[in-house]
Design a protein around this ligand. Structure first.
Ligand code: XLS
Ligand code: NI
Ligand code: NI
Length: 436
C-alpha cells in the first residue's frame, strides 16, 4: 500500500530542472562552509499541519483529500497515519519530524486512556523511525486545544488545569525521550490573556515559571537530555501571549532563573506578528546565546494572523541563513516546516510541492548567504563601520577603562565628535541583490 503512488523519491536535479518533484538547490550531500546541507538544515516535517491539517477555516470545513485517513479517532487510523507520514518523509528526504502528543494519538476520555493511546502509537513511531532512520526533532504537548485549557494551561486561574498540563507534559517528556527526541518545545498556546481586568498577570507569570522549573526537574529525573525550547508568539489565540517575542522570552527566562535550561524556537510568522523581521528575532536570540531552532514558514503581509505558509522567498531565506552561518548553525535544533498547504491545495501531491519548495528556498538562501560571506564585502563594511571601537577611546570604553569623568575630560579636550559616516543602506541592499 502506498499513499503517494505518483512519487518515488524526490531527488536533486540541479537548477536547470523543470521537474516540480525534484530539488533544484537542495542537495543534501553538498558541502557549504564545511557542513553538508543536510547538517545545516536538519529539515523537519510538522505532523500537525501535514498529517492532521484539514484545511478548515472559520468560514468552512476541511477540504483536504486524504484517501488513507478515514476521519475517525480510532487507534487503527492513527497507526495507519504514522505509516503514511513516514512514507511521505522518506520519499521527501526529510531527516526529522515534530509532533504534539494529540496529533499522533487520539485523546481518550480520561488522562489514563490518553496516555495508553499515546503508548500504542509511540510503538509504531519507534518502529518507523528504526525502519527509516528518520528522527524526532522535537515533541510537544498540546496544551491549548482541549476546552479545559480555555483560560490557559500553566497560567490558568484554575489550578487543576495546571495539574493536568503538568501530567500531560510529564508523559510527553517520557515519550519524547523514548523516541530519542533531540529537543522539546513549549509554545504557550493559551498562556496569555484577553483582558487584564480579570487577570492576575504577576501570579500567572509566576505559575509559568514554576511550571517550566518542574519540567526541567522532571527531565533531569528521567535523564532526558534534549534541548528545551520556548517558542515566542505575540498573539493568537490570546490577545497578548506572555512569550511575545525573543526579547520578552529571554527576559522571562532570566527573571525566573531558567536561562541555563532553555533556548528559543523562532518562527517566521510569529516574528511578523510581533512586528519584527525573522532576521531580527534570530539575531537577537543568537546574540544572547539562546537560538535553538526554527519554525520555518511565512506570513502574509496583508493578513494579520498566523497563515503558516510555506517559505518560498529567497530574500527571506538569505536573511535567515546569514544569521545561522554567522552564529554557527542550529544543531541540535533544525528547520521545522511549521507550515500548511493552502485550503485550495487539497491533493496529497501538494504536500510534496510545498515541502520541496521550502527546502529549495532554504538551500538557495544558504548558497546566497555563503557567497556573500565568501566575498567578505558586507562583513568588511560592518567591521569598518565600527572601527572607532577598535582603538583609542572606543577600545577603552569596551575594556571598561573609561568612566563618565574621563569621558567628559576627553570630550572637553576634543570639543566635538569625529564626523559621522554614511550607513550606506541603499548601497548594501544593492550589494545583497547582486547575489540573490
Ligand atoms: C502555533 C505554533 C505551534 C507550535 C507548536 O502558532 O507555531 O504550531 O509550533 O505548538
Ligand atoms: Ni510553531
Ligand atoms: Ni505558529
Amino acid at each position: 500500500m502506498t499513499a503517494f503512488p505518483e512519487v518515488d523519491k524526490v531527488c536533486y536535479e540541479g537548477p536547470q530542472s523543470k521537474n516540480p518533484l525534484a530539488f533544484r538547490w537542495y542537495d543534501e550531500n553538498e558541502v557549504v562552509e564545511g557542513k553538508t546541507m543536510k547538517e545545516h538544515f536538519r529539515f523537519s516535517v510538522a505532523y500537525w499541519h501535514t498529517f492532521r491539517g484539514t484545511g478548515s477555516d472559520p468560514f468552512g470545513p476541511g477540504t483536504m483529500v486524504r484517501p488513507w485517513d478515514d476521519g475517525s479517532d480510532s487507534l487503527d487510523n492513527a497507526r495507519n497515519r504514522v505509516c503514511v507520514a513516514f512514507e511521505f518523509m522518506e520519499k521527501l528526504g526529510a531527516p526529522f519530524y515534530a509532533f504534539h502528543d494529540r496529533d499522533v494519538a487520539p485523546e481518550g476520555k480520561t488522562l489514563a486512556e490518553s496516555n495508553k493511546n499515546l503508548d500504542e502509537i509511540v510503538k509504531v513511531l519507534k518502529d518507523e523511525q528504526a525502519r527509516t532512520g528518520i528522527r524526532l526533532l522535537w515533541g510537544t504537548a498540546n496544551l491549548f486545544g482541549n476546552p479545559r485549557y480555555l483560560h490557559g494551561a500553566s497560567t490558568s486561574c484554575n489550578a487543576d488545569a495546571f495539574a493536568f498540563a503538568a501530567a500531560q507534559v510529564k508523559k510527553c517528556l517520557e515519550v519524547t525521550k523514548e523516541l530519542g527526541g533531540v529537543n522539546y518545545v513549549f509554545w504557550g498556546g493559551r498562556e496569555g490573556y484577553q483582558n487584564l481586568f480579570n487577570t492576575d498577570l504577576k501570579r500567572e507569570l509566576d505559575h509559568l515559571g514554576r511550571f517550566l522549573h518542574l519540567a526541567v526537574d522532571y527531565a533531569k529525573e528521567i535523564g532526558f537530555t534534549g534541548q528545551f525550547l520556548i517558542e515566542p508568539k505575540p498573539k493568537e489565540p490570546t490577545k497578548h501571549q506572555y512569550d511575545s517575542d525573543a526579547a520578552a522570552c529571554i527576559n522571562f527566562l532570566r527573571a525566573y532563573d531558567l536561562l541555563d535550561h532553555f533556548k528559543l524556537n523562532i518562527e517566521t510568522n510569529h516574528a511578523t506578528l510581533a512586528g519584527h523581521t525573522m532576521m531580527h528575532e534570530l539575531d537577537y536570540a543568537a546574540s544572547q546565546g539562546a537560538l535553538g531552532s526554527i519554525d520555518a514558514n511565512t506570513g502574509d503581509m496583508l493578513l494579520g494572523w498566523d497563515t503558516d505558509q510555506f517559505p518560498t522567498n529567497y530574500y527571506l531565506t538569505t536573511e535567515v541563513m546569514l544569521i545561522l552561518l554567522k552564529y554557527g548553525g542550529l544543531a541540535p535544533g533544525g528547520v521545522n516546516f511549521d507550515a500548511k498547504v493552502r485550503r485550495e491545495s487539497f491533493e496529497p501531491i501538494d504536500l510534496f510541492y510545498a515541502h520541496v519548495g521550502g527546502m529549495d528556498a532554504f538551500a538557495r538562501g544558504l548558497k546566497i548567504a555563503a557567497a556573500i560571506r565568501a566575498d567578505g564585502e558586507l562583513a568588511a563594511f560592518v567591521r569598518d563601520r565600527y572601527r572607532s571601537w577598535d582603538t583609542g577611546i572606543g577600545a577603552e570604553i569596551e575594556a571598561g577603562k573609561a568612566d563618565f569623568k574621563t569621558l567628559e575630560t576627553y570630550m572637553l579636550e576634543k570639543g566635538d565628535i569625529a564626523p559621522n559616516q554614511s550607513g550606506r543602506q541603499e548601497m548594501l541592499e544593492n550589494l545583497i541583490n547582486r547575489y540573490v
